[in-house]
Design a protein around this ligand. Structure first.
Ligand SMILES: Cc1ncc(COP(=O)(O)O)c(C=O)c1O
Length: 394
């Protein structure tokens, strides 16, 4: 069978190999009899709160399961618009909000609408692995720009300016970022936006972790910069609905019919049941619960960062949001006699029954010396992981 060259360009998702190996060891107790602690998956351990579950059950029971408009339920677009006003003081009209099957579909739609064959999109190294592939599935190419701790592992205006080529069509940023949990400083973001705008490019920004911001200095949406910013968001993380497959994007008015046409053809609509459930995310009781959880994620971060440092796994930039810690594992590799974070991942699995994510998928710059911990697991799991790391490496 002849495969499309496009398919050949999609690299393997190495993280999944590590996850499979960890699950296999957990199943066969190949970990010295200890239960595997999983800090590798970026997924809240919380599920949808009661009102959201009830709304989903009601939609199913009442048979409200037909297709919705491709851009999503009008009522849900209104609620999301209200959320921007209430939380960020931003007026984002519902007509510019398109509901999608997760941030993944939003990223795919945005790339298909904005990236032409041969176009280049600038993004930081490290960054969320799938972003490169959304661009390459649109026949463009991702240009990864190495970043430093001093830059909070984010692009700077100077680097965007230096890397801009006649083929560049824009930047794809994430704030807070996966894998680092660090955000772009608002002033730097404004400078990046100005550089991109001056070159008639597009600023795409993934704000899927913005709801889980722990620092007021970084918690503002890039949509405040202007109507030309394309913001991607999701019900997966802050709203704890990963498997429900629901997200959204905010686009300039002129782009709405383009995205709508693509969405009609590629997806018909996002899940109707998930959309009806999501209406209840914005009830006061649900928001109160989400805010309690946000506090819990912060408490987990505050416990885990010093514990990592004590085990010889310093985190060069403290995450200001999301639930990740991007740790420097050079010293840990030396102590265990392994060459890279990839080998360290297997050593931790075998010697500490601990599953983490090696840096490999996230880029190439420093990723052989970096590992990502997800702190979306319970405090008890984090405490156990900290004790095991200390015993092994301390
Ligand atoms: C930065 C980032 N963007 C997008 C996604 C995809 O999210 P969704 O579940 O909304 O498709 C993830 C998932 O982990 C992510 O970390």
């Amino acid at each position: 069978m002849k495969l499309a060259t496009r398919a050949g360009r999609i690299e393997p998702f190495y993280v999944m190999e590590v996850a499979k190996a960890a699950a296999e060891r957990a199943r066969t107790t190949g970990t010295g009899g200890r239960e595997m602690v999983f800090l590798n998956i970026g997924e809240p351990d919380f599920t949808a709160p009661p009102l959201v579950q009830e709304a989903a059950a009601r939609a199913v029971r009442d048979g409200i399961t037909q297709y919705t408009p491709a851009t999503g339920l009008p009522a849900l677009r209104e609620r999301i618009s209200g959320w921007y006003a209430q939380r960020f003081g931003l007026q984002v009209p519902a007509r510019r909000i398109v509901v999608t099957a997760g941030a993944s579909a939003a990223l795919q739609l945005a790339c298909l609408a904005l990236v032409d064959a041969g176009d280049e999109v600038l993004m930081p190294d490290p960054s969320y692995p799938c972003n490169r592939h959304f661009v390459s599935a649109a026949d463009g190419s991702a240009v990864l720009i190495p970043t430093t701790a001093a830059e909070r592992y984010q692009l700077s205006a100077a680097k965007v300016e230096a890397a801009w080529s006649p083929r560049t069509c824009g930047v794809l940023l994430a704030s807070p970022s996966n894998p680092t949990g660090t955000s772009i400083h608002p002033e730097e973001l404004a400078r990046i936006h100005a550089v991109v705008q001056a070159r008639q490019g597009v600023t795409l920004i993934d704000e899927i972790y913005l709801g889980l911001s722990h620092d007021a200095a970084f918690g503002q949406s890039a949509l405040a910069l202007g109507e030309d910013v394309v913001s991607i968001n999701s019900f997966s993380k802050y709203f704890c609905m990963t498997g429900w497959r629901l997200g959204w994007l905010v686009v300039p008015d002129a782009l709405v019919p383009v995205i709508e046409r693509l969405a009609q053809n590629l997806f018909i609509c996002p899940s109707t049941v998930a959309q009806h459930a999501a209406l209840a995310c914005f009830e006061a009781a649900s928001i109160a619960e989400y805010e309690r959880r946000r506090g819990e994620f912060k408490a987990r971060r505050d416990f885990f960062l010093p514990a990592l440092a004590a085990a010889g796994l310093p985190v060069p930039v403290a995450p200001d949001g999301a639930f990740y810690a991007w740790a420097d594992c050079s010293e840990a590799c030396r102590r265990l006699g392994v060459a890279s974070s990839w080998e360290l991942a297997f050593a931790l699995m075998d010697q500490a029954a601990l599953a983490i994510t090696p840096g490999r998928d996230f880029g190439t710059a420093e990723t052989a010396q970096r590992i990502r911990f997800s702190t979306a697991s319970s405090m008890a799991h984090l405490q156990e992981a900290a004790a095991r790391l200390k015993a092994l490496l301390g």
